[in-house]
Design a protein around this ligand. Structure first.
Ligand SMILES: Cc1cc2nc3c(=O)[nH]c(=O)nc-3n(C[C@H](O)[C@H](O)[C@H](O)COP(=O)(O)OP(=O)(O)OC[C@H]3O[C@@H](n4cnc5c(N)ncnc54)[C@H](O)[C@@H]3O)c2cc1C
Length: 596
């Protein structure tokens, strides 16, 4: 059975002690937010998620979704769980109160997402896509579309989807063929076939609102000729009640490696009625609002599953008796010591722990920037936050999902052969989280986004905004009696990242293939340094707390030990990554195509 308890203590640490949640109260709509309020919502969320969603994870995986005559039935219990989720207002946490939302901080929403993903990743996809659709419509839809659709998406009675992919068109959206023909009444008729559409059809809501990328008849070729449309499964009446069935059909669902309780659908549009969202041919701009939000959410999925993997592995490592400690028997009363005594098992546990806590800290930092970007009264604060979010989005998506998958792999290894069989639930975590490295733009494509778009954006302004606080922290703390040695080691990796950045920008400017060859190593390096920054900062907070009147000294001691592990045992990988980047593309591209 899968083990999962919401990591509330660590969430409180990150929210309040590391990132000072009270520093957001100058933002519009967050004036009344207090740590107590945030903590009590997190506790309620944890209760609901662990009692309702967690028990459905293994059964949902075993049963999967059912397809019959265009209808999809979710596994037993999902419909009831969704109803409770919806009635609890859990999908409305971050939505605008003008549309029935609760207007709570983004960090709170992301931490609830983390718990949902850790308990039941498949379930989380249904409300997750609705929130993305809400964001795209809210930022680019007309008032009429917003008033009709947003309250329903926010209260969860209608669900959303994101329809980009076609059989011949995945990463390269410029190839898409779905057509939209203008009608006299201002609507459009859409025809085409989309594949791999998450939550494309299901039995959880009374209507499903598809956000569809398509081409107008006069569209230029490539990505500049794509427009965005809202296409409901049932055409709503003006008063918001459900009207006629639209020309949207689910013609099948995929049988796949993981997230089996999430319906991955093939959707046909046969002269389906839709309405334009935003301007003609500017669909990618509107869709990117949804895709960027989804990319951060997918990163958080990696973290949530990584945390579940860690907890299962730690519980197993304490119970499983095999071999004796190299330092002499620790449990002479037993037939063998628990495997947690072995340094190699500790290596794996500490790695997972360091990844998860580091990612949680970075995730909340980015979430706070989301709030600053949307709610700050000062335009300079909004701009700085938007730069930061844009830079970190591909890093969060790719790094968190890579590390989440690594954690499930390590957890499976700790379980030995018992991890490979179904009983303990870790093989499901590994299968489930694997998709997160692929959808919402593969991790390779995230790396290209980082080096190709985000680094050069605004003449490097975003990067400077990220590097500056790191340089300041190093300067302020490299001689700190408590964390100085950690900060000095961190500074070496930061220096390596600066070197790699100069190299990638310079070599990539002359030969784009050099940037392409460096991209994945560079993103990993960037991510490891970003986590390193979180770890030295957490070490500082923990050191200060531990010397004060700390009530839970063990928590802070563990924080400092994990910081030391991360800086000493994981962060040095940046040195090897720098060497790989310095080697350039030559060995990667040396072979003729025929040699493969
Ligand atoms: C379970 C599941 C759920 C999904 N949900 C949705 C959804 O809700 N909505 C939706 O629209 N889509 C969805 N997708 C589709 C998903 O987003 C795509 O599969 C993904 O974007 C990759 O596209 P592709 O599979 O066609 O791979 P391809 O684009 O064919 O890529 C194959 C490989 O080539 C690499 N590659 C491609 N182009 C480049 C390049 N320019 N430079 C370097 N490397 C490159 C990729 O990184 C990858 O490794 C889902 C897919 C799955 C499996």
């Amino acid at each position: 059975m899968q083990t999962y308890t919401a990591p509330l203590r660590d969430m409180r640490f990150v929210l309040h002690e590391l990132h000072d949640s009270t520093s957001l109260t100058h933002l519009t709509g967050l004036e009344e937010i207090t740590p107590d309020l945030v903590n009590s919502i997190l506790e309620e969320a944890a209760k609901f998620i662990c009692s309702t969603l967690l028990p459905l994870n293994a059964s949902g995986d075993a049963e999967g979704c059912h397809y019959e005559n265009g209808a999809v039935r979710t596994p037993k219990g999902f419909k009831e769980a969704y109803k409770t989720f919806r009635e609890g207002g859990w999908g409305a946490l971050n939505a605008d109160p003008a549309y029935g939302g609760q207007g709570l901080p983004a960090s709170l929403g992301k931490l609830v997402d983390e718990m949902v993903s850790g308990s039941n990743l498949s379930f989380g996809l249904y409300p997750g896509l609705s929130h993305g659709a809400y964001l795209a419509l809210k930022s680019h839809g007309s008032d009429a579309l917003k008033n009709l659709y947003l309250p329903k998406l926010v209260d969860g009675s209608w669900a959303g989807t994101m329809c980009l992919t076609e059989a011949h068109c995945g990463t390269d959206l410029g190839l898409l063929r779905t057509r939209a023909v203008p009608q006299a009444d201002g609507s459009f008729k859409l025809s085409g076939s989309k594949i791999f559409i998450s939550a494309g059809e299901h039995d959880l809501t009374e209507n499903i609102i598809h956000l569809v990328l398509a081409r107008l008849p006069d569209a230029p070729a490539g990505v500049t000729g794509i427009s965005l449309f809202v296409v409901p499964k049932f055409l709503p009446n003006a008063d918001g009640t459900i009207g006629m069935r639209n020309g949207v059909t689910c013609v099948g669902i995929e049988h796949k490696l993981g997230i089996k309780a999430s319906a991955t659908c093939q959707i046909n549009f046969d002269a389906a009625t839709g309405w334009l969202v935003g301007e003609p041919h500017k669909g990618m701009r509107a869709m990117f609002v949804m895709m960027n939000s989804e990319r951060l959410s997918v990163g958080i999925q990696g973290l949530g599953v990584g945390e579940a993997a860690y907890q299962s592995a730690a519980a197993y490592a304490r119970e499983r008796l095999q071999g004796r400690s190299l330092a002499g028997a620790q449990r002479p009363d037993k037939s063998a010591d628990p495997i947690i005594v072995h340094p190699d098992v500790r290596r794996m546990l500490m790695t997972m722990r360091a990844y998860n806590e580091g990612c949680r800290a970075l995730g909340v930092w980015v979430a706070n920037a989301l709030d600053r970007m949307d709610r700050a009264k000062d335009s300079a604060e909004r701009e700085a936050a938007a730069d930061f979010v844009a830079l970190l989005t591909p890093v969060v998506k790719a790094l968190f999902t890579d590390l989440g998958f690594e954690s499930t792999n390590l957890a499976l290894q700790i379980h030995g052969g018992h991890g490979y069989i179904v009983e303990h639930g870790v093989e499901q975590l590994l299968r489930d989280v694997r998709i997160a490295m692929i959808y919402e733009g593969t991790n390779g494509v995230q790396a290209l986004d980082l080096v190709g778009r985000k680094l050069p954006a605004n003449m490097g302004r975003s990067l400077r905004r990220f590097f500056h606080p790191i340089a300041q922290f190093i300067h302020a703390h490299e001689r700190d009696p408590q964390i100085g040695p950690l900060v000095q080691s961190f500074a070496e990796s930061f220096g390596a990242l600066q070197l790699a950045t100069a190299l990638v920008v310079q070599a990539g400017g002359i030969d784009p293939e050099e940037a392409g060859a460096a991209a994945t190593d560079y993103l990993r390096m960037f991510g490891l340094v970003a986590l390193g920054f979180m770890w030295v900062r957490m070490a500082k907070v923990a050191a200060d707390a531990a010397t004060g009147a700390a009530q839970d000294a063990a928590f802070y001691r563990a924080k400092r030990a994990t910081a030391t592990f991360y800086i000493q045992r994981i962060l040095p990988q940046t040195g090897a990554l720098l060497h790989a980047i310095q080697a350039g593309k030559a060995s990667m591209t040396a072979l003729e195509e025929a040699a493969f």
